[in-house]
Design a binder for this molecule. Sequence first.
Ligand SMILES: Nc1ncnc2c1ncn2[C@@H]1O[C@H](COP(=O)(O)OP(=O)(O)OP(=O)(O)O)[C@@H](O)[C@H]1O
Length: 251
Amino acid sequence: MDRSLYNGATPSAPVLEMKDLRHEIEGKEVLRGLDVRADAWRIGIVGRNGSGKSTLIRLLAGLIVPTAGIVRLGGHDLARDRRAALREVGILFQNPDHQIIFPTVIEEIAFGPRQQGNGKTAAEDLARSVLDQFGKAHWAEAQTNALSQGQKHLVCLMAVAAMKPRTILLDEPFSGLDIPTRQQLHRYLAQYEGQIVHVTHDPTDLETYDQTIWLDAGQVALAGATADVLPRYISEMHRQGERDDISDLSR
Ligand SMILES: Nc1ncnc2c1ncn2[C@@H]1O[C@H](COP(=O)(O)OP(=O)(O)OP(=O)(O)O)[C@@H](O)[C@H]1O
């Protein structure tokens, strides 16, 4: 893969770094002292519902400021350095309807490059080249509201890719999609030359990933090579599935 295109003058992946990272929401400590360093091109974040995954993704993207501690991506504190954020990071959320704002595909994809300072024609040229790269040149004038959910996800991915961030953060982007659509979107994602940090509770999403961080109740249960972390996560999830903690209202 030619990673030099993606703001990546360096051949190494951006480093995710957390030092005693803490975050409270409405008085509840959602993240409780995370100390992690991960530096692969493909990083997964797994954990049960409510373990703090989405909060961590928002902190990494700089969308929220931590209550205490340090969180950096590629050496940047993105909550404080919004210019770097625009260049370094793109984020894909679970629901594409919350992300798509323009009536046509080309306008949607050209929006990010416009925000980055490109003129209208240059931004549209960039958008067309991304559509071409994904084999979707014929989608340019399509109405975004007429697309299927899977197609909308792909438009969001292309819109993020058009900004060429070094890192794309994915927050459970494929939940609710059927298996063939998920497989196809995974193939498109695999083509991305930049770094991908993918939050999911589904370990099958991460089988090909290099490193995985497992969050449990706002703390790191385990972090390291996916080949080590994932089997232990799966067996613990099965063990917990035998119990009945769904009835526990303190979670
Ligand atoms: N806006 C909010 N107000 C109150 N509590 C919140 C808010 N956002 C998150 N929380 C709480 O913070 C904790 C972590 O939530 P978060 O969404 O980060 O977890 P998650 O691992 O992404 O969960 P899921 O897999 O269900 O999306 C949960 O207990 C949640 O109830």
